[in-house]
Design a protein around this ligand. Sequence first.
Ligand SMILES: Nc1nc2c(ncn2[C@@H]2O[C@H](COP(=O)(O)OP(=O)(O)OP(=O)(O)O)[C@@H](O)[C@H]2O)c(=O)[nH]1
Length: 224
Amino acid sequence: MNFHSRELKPPRLCNEALEQPLDEAERTAMITAAAQKLEELFDILRIDHQNDHNTRETPMRVAKMFVEEILEGRFTAPPRITEFDNVQAYDQLIVTGPIEVRSMCAHHLMPIYGHAYIGILPASDGKIIGLSKYDRIVEHFTARLQIQEEMVKQIGQYILDMTRPRGLAVRISAVHMCKTQRGVKATRRSRMINTYYWGELSTNAELKREFIDECTALDRGCVD
Ligand SMILES: Nc1nc2c(ncn2[C@@H]2O[C@H](COP(=O)(O)OP(=O)(O)OP(=O)(O)O)[C@@H](O)[C@H]2O)c(=O)[nH]1
């Protein structure tokens, strides 16, 4: 699709971002084009979006929701990261979470929701990033069509590139509504949990155990 002078090539994967973030005019053009296609979809599904007061604005609403919310991470730049020098050479495990995960599954376009936990083993001569930035990074990489295995790796790789820690772990525990609301109609308590480890966290069993224990405590709300 061509918006104005710039050609917006689709990235190879649905969970990758465009080469350049959308500018305001491109964003508006994308929403308008998507709304027109959604109107066509409604026509095919025999939903009278012109006369039914409940669905009159829905194609535009849904188009906006996709571009500005659900897939926002494909169309915007990754969050700006504030780095601090690791002045005290802090080199022990830091665990942060739960961080809200709100995403959409690439196969059925159904919500994925749950929590992320991040474990960082900083390098004593490296950088420390602001705590809130982990939440922003998760928000950015989950606002795409995702599968959980790739989501943890994308989040981790970005943190790795930004901070070069000695070790890193990214864990997500989430409900996939493609499994609970349709198909096998699994119980809503059914979740998928996966963890990806890098550096010392991938080789040191004690550190892994410490990370999992902290996640379990945070998950149970044991830590105030
Ligand atoms: N490994 C993995 N599988 C996922 C994820 N999200 C959804 N799935 C699964 O991907 C599969 C989708 O492919 P298909 O088997 O072609 O879809 P389907 O015929 O509608 O399958 P059912 O969901 O079993 O009705 C389903 O088994 C989903 O449960 C994810 O994040 N990771």
